[in-house]
Design a binder for this molecule. Structure first.
Ligand code: ZN
Length: 375
């Protein structure tokens, strides 16, 4: 037992460069959706993989506690609702419902915690106060800025790369109120037509990175075991989330392991609303079995970006048929199930685990289908 009463296992799980002793309960933080648009395959890849990572932790003997936030206070959401003449809260709830329906179809387990940003605004104010008290932040004209000048260097990005990414994700690095271009808002003033809450600095709303920092602190405390999300959000989003929590608490690292899931491309371009190349989960599920779509997402190295081709789903459906046949064999093999478990805890090697399950058949095939929720 450690001092939190968590059971410690001898097993390790490897995730990329991190070999983690498995502790229980394992705390996962999954950066969730901004509910302003329906789920595309890129989102689905992140959440299906986070779900599979939790399943492998349970296979290794840990309990898991997953927190997947809903970013329902965000300018892109406010603008999308305004364009449709809708109130942003009502619009967000409708989008959340559609997202939940897609996740259920893909058999993504409901996280233990699904906090909405708007219920954690008080915690963002507390976070801002803690950062101000330790001089990791300063206030200017109703805003509170986090001092982020050293954040790009911690991620290994050059300043040019970091600037490009920050601008892509809407950080206004040219904002003259900032002392450094890499300072980011913890709190921002709101105009009358924007969502806003009272604060010591006037009516305003949280900054995006601060929302995830405050929610993670509120739900999981000072640190998490696995910090998951799309690879494209490693910087700025998760880098600032981690930096803010570490600065406020003095505890580091915020995450024992990072789990940046590879992005999906179509004809070589990242799948994104701005790219006009979205493949919607709900559309795919009209034509293909959900388990085949889930397998398409999982049957690859989790970290690498990959190209979507609809014809590949049929191959995965055939693969599933072969696995179902193999699972019907009355065979048990401790060596095969051990090898399969070893493949999954070694960086979630799904292709190797499928290979073992299909070749060995019987309980090994049933184990891989059950663990990856492909039955
Ligand atoms: Zn986040």
């Amino acid at each position: 037992m450690d001092h939190l009463g968590r059971r410690e296992h001898t097993d390790r799980i490897r995730l990329g460069g991190s070999a983690l002793p498995v502790v229980s309960p394992a705390r996962l933080y999954v950066c969730g959706i901004t509910p302003y648009d329906v789920t595309h395959l890129g989102h689905a890849g992140t959440f299906v993989w986070a779900d599979a990572a939790a399943a492998v932790l349970r296979l290794a003997g840990a309990e898991t506690l997953t927190c997947r936030n809903v970013t329902d206070v965000d300018d892109v959401l406010t603008h999308a609702a305004q364009r449709r003449g809708r109130h942003f809260d009502e619009f967000a709830l409708e989008q959340e419902y559609l997202f939940g329906r897609d996740m259920a179809a893909l058999r993504v387990r409901r996280p233990e915690y699904e906090p909405r940003a708007r219920h954690h605004v008080g915690r963002v104010v507390q976070l801002a106060l803690a950062l101000l008290a330790t001089d990791h932040a300063y206030q200017r004209d109703g805003a509170v800025y986090f001092r982020g000048a050293d954040v790009p260097a911690k991620t290994g990005l050059t300043l040019e790369e970091a600037t490009e990414l920050a601008v892509e994700f809407g950080d206004r690095t040219e904002d003259l109120n900032r002392e450094d271009p890499f300072d980011v808002p913890v709190w921002r003033p709101s105009t009358d037509d924007q969502p806003g809450w009272p604060s010591p600095w006037g009516r305003g709303r949280p900054g995006w990175h601060a929302e995830c920092a405050a929610i993670a602190l509120g739900v999981h405390g000072c640190a998490v075991d696995i910090l998951a999300g799309g690879a494209d959000l490693s910087f700025p989003h998760r880098a600032y989330q981690a930096a803010m929590v570490e600065a406020a608490t003095g505890v580091g690292p915020f995450a024992r392991a990072e789990f940046p899931v590879g992005t999906v491309t179509v004809d070589g371009a990242k799948m994104a609303k701005s790219g006009g190349n979205l493949v919607l989960v709900s559309d795919l599920l009209r034509s293909y079995p959900a388990a085949a779509v889930r397998l398409l997402l999982l049957n690859r190295p989790w970290r690498l970006s990959w190209e979507f081709r609809s014809e590949d789903i049929a191959d995965q459906a055939n693969r599933l048929d072969r696995l179902y046949s193999a699972a019907g064999r009355a065979l048990t093999s401790r060596a095969a199930t051990d090898a399969l478990t070893a493949a999954l805890v070694d960086d979630l090697d799904v292709p190797a685990a499928l290979e073992i399950g299909e070749e060995s058949g019987g309980d090994a095939a049933r184990l891989v289908l059950r663990t990856l929720a492909l039955e």
